[in-house]
Ligand binder design. Structure first.
Ligand code: CP
Ligand code: NVA
Length: 317
């Protein structure tokens, strides 16, 4: 295992991947998030409410967002900081090089919350601006902030990780990658069922196994095998943002991977249903399952706020 910077739990100044956290760092982040959540519910204004006083955080979203954008803006404000929205075209390289944009921003703001296409682009921005903390707010390859909220939600419902198994059914995409990274760090068994040609990249599995001795990752093409006995079943859209042109082809390939009542019945009694949202009802999940008592999708959405506040505290204070 790689050491973290000054015992902060973070391996670098940025959060581009769940694997930028150590296992202990991830647990600590979830602990802080739980505390912040409880304080917010009781309207307690603890020391965190001024932690970012006098600091600016920029956001730049090159793809649509409801949850990530809203929760980061609220998070910064509730920590006493200021938010600056940078226009999405600033990072398309047309008006000026990306490296210049990054080196301007680092003179004014402490962090940049960036949603973009290639992970390499977020990494390039982070590499060129030594003083800027760059947070991955979703790339084509990873969605690490989502996984933080997902595992806070699981911990609230499960009480702990011991003996727990999570099934992911659908596209081996950005959400699946970050979920796999977090499961590996926390020692939660994860079973992924994807159609042929849509598997989780081998690189994701390899990096997860390198980062954690407790990684238990199993991949299959059979959704029933993945879900059998699982304590939570997770799915995501079949065509991610940027893949709209492939939607019809994907709809055909993914049809046997719909999470419906029959599939949920294969899971352990009391199994949870999870989705990062937005969801396409009666595509990757039936409306019945999405609206069922098993569904914790709005807990996940709420926990985006608390976990991102904890992340900002870890990065900036
Ligand atoms: N789950 C998620 O990241 O939602 P948004 O795309 O709305 O931010
Ligand atoms: N995989 C989806 C997640 C949306 C939050 C996408 O990238 O569009």
């Amino acid at each position: 295992m790689i050491d973290t910077v000054g015992g902060t739990g973070l391996r670098r100044k940025d959060f581009l991947s769940v694997l930028d956290l150590s296992a202990d760092g991830l647990v600590r982040l979830l602990d802080v998030a739980s505390r912040l959540k409880s304080e917010r519910a009781r309207s307690v204004r603890g020391p965190a409410s001024t932690a970012l006083a006098g600091r600016h955080v920029a956001t730049c979203f090159q793809k649509p967002s409801l949850r990530t954008r809203s929760t980061f803006e609220i998070a910064v404000r509730e920590l006493g900081g200021d938010v600056l929205q940078v226009p999405p075209e600033s990072f398309d390289g047309a008006r000026e090089p990306l490296a210049d944009v990054a080196r301007n921003l680092e003179r004014w703001v402490h962090a940049l919350i960036l949603r973009t296409f290639a992970q390499d682009k977020a990494a390039a921005v982070a590499a060129v601006a030594a003083r800027l903390h760059v947070v991955n707010a979703l790339t084509d390859e990873e969605h690490p902030c989502q996984a933080l909220a997902d595992f806070l939600t699981l911990r609230e419902r499960w009480g702990g990780w011991q003996g727990r198994a999570l099934a992911y059914v659908g596209d081996g995409n950005n959400v699946a990658a970050s979920l796999t990274h977090a499961a590996a760090l926390l020692g939660v068994s994860i079973r992924l069922a994807t159609p042929e040609g849509y598997e989780l990249p081998a690189r994701v599995i390899a990096t997860a196994r390198t980062a954690s001795d407790n990684a238990d990752i199993r991949c299959t093409h059979d959704p029933e095998e993945a879900v059998s006995g699982a304590h939570a079943v997770y799915t995501d859209v079949w065509a991610s943002m940027g893949q709209e042109a492939e939607a019809d082809r994907r709809r055909r390939a993914f049809r046997p991977y719909q999470v419906n009542r029959e599939l949920m019945q294969r899971a352990a009694p009391g199994a949870l249903f999870m989705h990062c949202l937005p969801a396409h009802r009666d595509e990757e999940v039936t409306a019945e399952v999405l609206e069922s008592a098993a569904s914790v999708v709005f807990d996940q959405a709420e926990n985006r706020l608390h976990t991102q506040k904890a992340l900002l505290l870890m990065l900036l204070t």
